[in-house]
Write a protein that binds this ligand. Structure first.
Ligand code: FMN
Length: 342
C-alpha cells in the first residue's frame, strides 16, 4: 500500500468502511486521534486539516497552575525517535478552559482533555474544573508525573498511587464522560498497573506514554537535554507499544484501549488495532508531517478495504485469535494441465 500525500486541508474520499469506534460508551466517527503534547489544543493543526475530520483531539496535559517547563534544550533526535523533556509547560487550567477548550468546542471537535498533577488532590481539582464543560468527550489522566507527596515517585509506576489518582478523577468527573488512564511502559508488569487503575474506576486505557531515555553529547561530553533525561517517542518505541497494548488487551479484553507509540502510517495504526486498541493516537509523526492524523486515517481506511474488512470494530484484538490454517488455493481447479506425478 502506498502512503498518501495530502495537500493542506485536503479531505480525500474514504472507502466505504465503517470506521466508527466506541470508547466506554462514547461513539467516535473514526479511530484516529492526536496524542497529548504533540498537537497543543488542535488550533495549529487546523491550518493543515479539518480537526473535526479525525476521531478526536487529545490536548497537551494541563496542570492547575501555569508552568514554564524544564531547562533547554528540550528536544533531541535519536535514531528513529525523539527525546523530549518539555516538563509539562502550559497555561494552567483556567486559561486552558477559556481559550483552548472553548475553541475546540466552538470548532465542533471532540476534545479529550489530558490532565496532570503532583498530588491526588491536584488531579481531583482538575477533574472538577472540567465538569459540565461543552465539547469534552473524554478525560485522559497522565499519571507519568512525580508524586510530590511520595519522594517524587511516578504515579504510573506504583499500582496503589496510580489507582488513587484514577479513583479521585473518576469520582469528580461527569458520569457520561469516560476517564482513560495513560500508562507508562517503564514498569515490569504493565497489566498489573492496568488492572489496578481499572479496579479504581478507569473506563479505558491510553497505552503508552514515552519511555525514559537519555543522550550524551560526545563533543561537550555532557547530557544533551537540559533536563538530563527525557521521554523517548517515535517509531523506535512502536514494538514496545504494540507489546504493551497486546498485554493490556490480553489481561482486560473488555476494556477499551487508545493505543499509541510511533504510529507513522495507516498500517502502523492497523497493527495497534489488531493488538487490541479500539482507537489510536498519532504523536511524534505530526512534527514532521502536520497532516499525519488525517493521512493515517485515510491509509487505514484503504488498508481495511483492501483486506475486505467492512467494519473496524471487527478487527480489534484480532491478532489474539489463533491464525486460520492457511490452505493454498489450487491454481488449476480443473486439474487437467498438471503433469502426472512420477
Ligand atoms: C513533545 C512531546 C510532548 C508530550 N507531552 C505529553 C503530555 O503533555 N502528556 C502526555 O500524556 N503525553 C505526552 N507525550 C507523549 C505522547 O502523547 C505519546 O504518548 C508518546 O509520544 C508516544 O507516541 P508517539 O511515538 O506517536 O509520539 C508527549 C510526547 C512528545 C513527543
Amino acid at each position: 500500500m502506498s502512503e498518501l500525500t495530502l495537500r493542506p486541508r485536503e479531505t480525500p474520499q474514504l472507502p466505504a468502511v465503517d470506521l466508527s469506534t466506541t470508547l466506554a460508551g462514547v461513539r467516535f466517527p473514526n479511530p484516529v486521534f492526536t496524542a497529548s503534547g504533540c498537537a497543543a489544543a488542535g488550533q495549529e493543526l487546523d491550518q493543515f486539516f479539518d480537526v473535526t475530520a479525525i476521531g478526536g483531539v487529545v490536548t497537551k496535559s494541563i496542570m492547575l497552575a501555569a508552568r514554564s517547563g524544564r531547562a533547554t534544550p528540550r528536544m533531541a533526535e535519536t535514531p528513529s525517535g525523539m527525546l523530549n523533556s518539555i516538563g509539562l509547560q502550559g497555561p494552567g487550567i483556567e486559561a486552558f478552559l477559556d481559550k483552548d477548550l472553548s475553541w475546540l468546542a466552538g470548532r465542533g471537535a471532540r476534545a479529550v482533555v489530558s490532565i496532570a498533577g503532583g498530588s491526588v488532590e491536584d488531579y481531583a481539582k482538575l477533574a472538577m474544573k472540567l465538569r459540565g464543560r461543552p465539547g469534552l468527550s473524554m478525560v485522559e489522566v497522565n499519571i507519568s508525573c512525580p508524586n510530590v507527596e511520595d519522594r517524587g515517585q511516578v504515579f504510573a509506576c506504583d499500582p496503589a498511587a496510580a489507582a488513587a489518582v484514577v479513583s479521585a478523577v473518576r469520582r469528580n468527573t461527569d458520569k457520561g464522560v469516560p476517564v482513560f488512564a495513560k500508562l507508562s511502559p517503564d514498569v515490569t508488569d504493565i497489566a498489573l498497573i492496568a488492572r489496578s487503575v481499572v479496579d479504581a474506576g478507569a473506563d479505558g486505557l491510553s497505552v503508552i506514554n514515552t519511555l525514559l531515555g537519555m543522550a550524551i553529547d560526545t563533543t561537550t561530553m555532557r547530557p544533551v537535554l537540559g533536563g538530563v533525561t527525557g521521554g523517548l517517542s517515535g517509531p523506535a518505541i512502536r514494538p514496545i507499544a504494540v507489546r504493551c497494548v497486546w498485554q493490556c488487551h490480553a489481561a482486560l479484553p473488555d476494556v477499551p484501549i487508545l493505543g499509541m507509540g510511533g504510529i507513522r502510517t495507516g498500517l502502523d495504526a492497523l497493527e495497534f488495532l489488531l493488538a487490541g486498541a479500539s482507537a489510536v493516537s498519532v504523536g511524534t509523526t505530526v512534527f514532521g508531517d502536520p497532516t499525519a492524523p488525517v493521512r493515517v486515517l485515510h491509509e487505514l481506511a484503504h488498508a481495511l478495504a483492501e483486506r475486505g474488512i467492512d467494519r473496524l470494530s471487527d478487527i480489534v484484538g484480532l491478532a489474539h485469535q489463533p491464525a486460520q490454517k492457511y490452505v493454498p488455493q489450487d491454481p488449476d481447479p480443473v486439474g487437467d494441465d498438471l503433469p502426472e506425478e512420477s
